[in-house]
Ligand binder design. Structure first.
Ligand code: PLP
Length: 406
């Protein structure tokens, strides 16, 4: 008799985006002429830049020629890309990494979701609330989350609320936790931590023998000098943190797929005999067994992001989205809303007016303004009373949406 991993059945259906789609479809059916502006899903809209496209074409041609054709590549990624990333993203920030501390992948969703493979099931996991749902759901699948409570939280997960009251800076946990997911600039709130705020977390992790899983998927949007791009800018982080990065939002790779994980060899965790083990070794073993590498063509495309032309073009894309975020912030503020985020991030997090709950405000925006945003409560209990606007859409549509709100 085949049995299943029962943890999968504990997961509620992926309610958020399907519920949004359902409500939008129902509205559209009864109002077919409505010009709906979608500011919900966090997908990019600009095409890949020219430097990336040229590199992809060139790599495709290489695949068509026997002397330059590539079959299986290294599971960890090609050295040309790894070394380019270290040289451009880390060395200028004073972070030295060895090539075998970087693992290229098909994106940060896979890596943040799979990292639990190498961690014990008894670890107590902490997440900020609201949160990118992948961190929670993958711990449910693994059996680390306990049971679903009536309020939508999981019994064994430690939640660290991030709200306007604490300036979206999570407080250090009062109980002992082993694994902490941090994502800054944050999805969904669009807020950041300064270097000194992040340093508190590194200090906590070192003192408590905990591991920080730092998701830097949005680091390319950082505009302010005091916001760290990498957790390794903080002293001591190479002993207690794994970092995840993505080309998705940085360079429009959501459909192209490329990301990376950084696991310094100095990050250790304890085995059942009480011995310290390098997580780098375990992840390498995991990747070599379960992953056969990111496509050569895609890795050449990612490398092109760091060419002089690529850097300029990618910066233009980021500037475009950051300008959208500013338009959203200004538009919402002018209309009397209280807004957060959007300065170092493509997400603007707004307080719903008059104490409305997230879904009621979603319905109001859809029906009265023909705008789709994402209800904050869909990201966790502490997201109730907020709504997320994405700045990753078209500029003219963003301007039009703000006109409607004004
Ligand atoms: N991490 C965060 C916080 C995200 O918001 C997203 C995508 O929206 C991802 C990771 C996924 O990135 P990727 O496209 O590289 O899988």
């Amino acid at each position: 008799m085949v049995t299943i991993n029962d943890n999968f059945q504990k997961l509620p259906g992926s309610y958020l985006f399907s519920e949004i789609a359902k409500r939008v479809a129902a509205y559209k059916e009864s109002n077919p002429s409505a010009q709906i502006i979608r500011m919900g899903i966090g997908d990019v809209t600009l095409p890949l830049c020219d430097a990336v496209i040229k590199a992809m074409h060139k790599a495709v041609d290489e695949m068509a020629n026997q002397s330059t054709f590539r079959g299986y590549g290294p599971e960890q990624g090609y050295k040309f890309l790894i070394d380019t990333i270290i040289k451009n993203d880390f060395e200028p920030r004073g972070v030295s990494l060895e090539s075998d501390e970087v693992f290229i992948s098909d994106g940060a969703k896979s890596d943040t979701g799979n990292i639990g493979d190498i961690l014990g099931l008894g670890n107590i996991v902490a997440v900020t609330d609201p949160v990118y749902p992948v961190y929670v759901d993958t711990n449910v699948m693994a059996g680390r989350a306990g049971d679903l409570l009536a309020d939508g939280r999981w019994s064994k997960i430690v939640y660290l609320p991030c709200t306007a009251e604490n300036g979206f800076v999570p407080e250090l946990p009062k109980e002992k936790v082993d694994v902490i997911y941090l994502c800054f600039p944050n999805n969904p709130t669009g807020t950041t931590l300064t270097k000194s705020q992040l340093a508190e977390w590194v200090k906590y992790a070192l003192a408590n023998d905990a591991l920080i899983l730092f998701d830097a998927a949005y680091e390319a949007f950082i505009q302010e000098a005091d916001v760290p791009h990498s957790i390794y800018e903080i002293e001591g982080a190479k002993k207690c943190a794994i970092e995840f990065r993505s080309f998705s939002k940085t360079a429009g790779f959501t459909g192209t797929r490329c990301g990376l994980s950084i696991i310094p060899k100095s990050v250790l965790a304890t085995n059942e005999k009480g011995e310290k083990v390098q997580l780098n070794k375990l992840w390498n073993r995991r990747q070599c067994t379960k992953f056969n590498g990111t496509a050569y063509v895609i890795q050449r495309a990612a490398e092109a992001v760091y060419s002089e032309e690529g850097k300029r073009q990618v910066k233009d894309m980021i500037d475009y989205y950051i300008t959208n975020a500013k338009i959203i912030r200004n538009g919402l503020e002018a209309a009397g809303y209280t807004v957060f985020g959007g300065k170092n991030s493509p997400y603007v997090w707004a307080k719903t007016p008059d104490g409305m709950d997230s879904w009621s405000f979603f319905d109001y925006l859809l029906k009265e303004k023909n705008i789709v945003a994402t209800p904050g409560v869909g990201f966790g209990v502490s997201g109730e009373g907020y709504i997320r606007f994405s700045a990753l859409g078209d500029k003219d549509a963003t301007i039009e949406a703000m006109k409607r709100l004004g």
